[in-house]
Design a protein around this ligand. Sequence first.
Ligand code: NAD
Length: 494
Amino acid sequence: MIGQITFQHYGNQQNWVNGKYHPSTSDKTISVISPYFDKEIATVSESNYQDLNHAVDIAKAAFPAWASLNVRDRAEVMFNLKSIMEKNLDELAELIALDNGKTIPDAKGSILRGKEVVEFATSLPSMLKGDSSSVGEGITCTMTQEPLGVVAGITPFNFPAMVPLWMIPLALTTGNCFILKPSEQTPLSTFKIAEYLKEAGLPDGVFNIINGAREAVEGICDHPDIKAVAFVGSSHVAKIVYSRSTANGKRALCLGGAKNHMIVVPDADQDSTAKGLLASSMGSGGQRCMAASVAVGVADVDPIIDQLVEEAKNYKLGVDMGTIVSKAALNRITNYIDEAEKMGAKVLIDGRNSTPPEGYENGYWLGVTILDDVDPNWPSATDEIFGPVLSIIRTDTLENAMKIENSNQYGNAAAVFTTSGQVAKTISESASAGMIGINIGVPVPREPYSFGGWNESKYGHGDMTGKSGVDFWTNLKKVTTRWPESTEAWKKYF
Ligand code: NAD
C-alpha cells in the first residue's frame, strides 16, 4: 500500500448548492476513474443549464447579505478555513491522490500551496481599506473595491484543490458569490472544500459547485448573471472560454497550457542543477503547467546531464512520482516518446514498461524518461506533453538557447541555471514568459506575488493570485464629496 491510497467507491457526487449536496436534473453521468486502480471510484452528473440556472439563482439571492458584511467578517471565514484545512490535511490529500494519481506527499504539498492563498485572503481587510484624499478645496475623493456579484471558476484535473484555491479565497473575501465547475476527472477533493467552507462559517449559497463538462462550462460563459469567469486548463479550451465569456460581456481571465524551458550553461552548479532539472520536469509526473519539459544545454554541459541521468535512476514510481491521470493521457505521452525515438532522439532513460509498485499493477504508470539530442522542431520539443518526459536540446550559444525558448507559443515559465550574474540577467530580461527562475526550475511566485504567464499561456489581463487576483474580482467605486461651508449659525462654535 502506498501511503493511504486505498480503493473505495464514493458513489454519485452530487452538486453542492445552497450549503448542501443537491442532485442534478441530468440523467447523464461521467465515470471518475482512479489512475492507481484503473477502476471507477465515483460518478458525477453531467450538469445542464437547468442545474446551473438554479445554482446561479441561489448565489444571486445570497449575494446582498454576503457583500454587505464587513470584509473583516468575510476574512474570518478564511481564518477558520485555514485551520480546518490543516486539521484535515490527510483526508484531503488521500482524496487528491485517489482521483488524480499524485503521491500523498505531492498532494499535501499542493494543498499547502493552495492554503497560502487562503492565508493571503485573511490580509484583505488591510488591502481593501480603500483610498481617500483631498482633490480640491473642500472636495474629497474616496475609492473602494466592490464585489462583482455572482462569479465562476472552471478548473483542470492536475491540481484539484490548489487551483480552485487560487480563486475561491479571493473571490469570496472580496464579497462575491461563487460557482465552481471542477474537473470531471478529479472532483472528490473540491466537495471537501465546500464542506470545510460551511464548517468555517460561510453562509449557505455563497459557494456552489456544479459538476459536469462542456455544457456546464458553456452555460457559465453564457449566463447573464455571471459577471466574471476565471479558467485554468489547456490553451485550446482557455481560448474558447475567454472568447465566449468576453463576447457575452463578462470579465474573463483564462490560464492555459505551457512548454517551459530550462537553459543550462557550463558554469552552473552541477549538483543543484541536475537535481533542479529532475525535480522540475518530473514533479507531479510532469503534469503541471510549471513543469519545465525542455532543457537547453549550451555548449558542454555533459557532467550535469550525466549526474541528471544518475539521479533519475533512483526515482521510484509510487514514491517520487505518482501515476498519469488517465489511460488516454498515458497513451498520448507514450506516443510522443515513440515518435521522438523514431526521429532519432537518444533515449537516456526510458520510462516505458517501468515496474509498477506492488499492489498497484493496474495503474497508469510511466517512469522518468529523458531524451537527448532532440531537434527544436520535433513535437517532443514544441508540444505540451504533460508527462514525465524531459527533452534535451543541445546548442552552442546563449543567443540560440534564447531563440529556442522564445520561439515557443507559450510563455508560462522559463529558467536558467548559472553562477554568472550576467547570464542570469540576460535570460531574465529577454525570456518571453511571466515567471522566471534563476537556479530554480519551478519558479512559482509565493503570495503576495501573483501567478500568471504570458502569450498563449494566458488569455485576459492580470494574474490569478496576489493583488492582481483581488483586482480581478472587484470593481472600483469612486465617491467624490464636496464638503459644504458651515452655516453662519454653526460657525460661532468653531
Ligand atoms: P482541460 O482544458 O481539458 O480542462 C479544463 C476544464 O475545462 C475542465 O473543467 C473541463 O471540464 C473543461 N473543458 C474541457 N474541454 C472543454 C470544452 N471543449 N468546452 C468547455 N469546457 C471544457 O485541461 P485539463 O486536461 O483538465 O488540465 C491540463 C491543462 O491545464 C494543461 O494544459 C495545463 O498546462 C493546464 N494548466 C494550466 C495552469 C496555469 O496556471 N497556466 C495550471 C494548471 C493546469
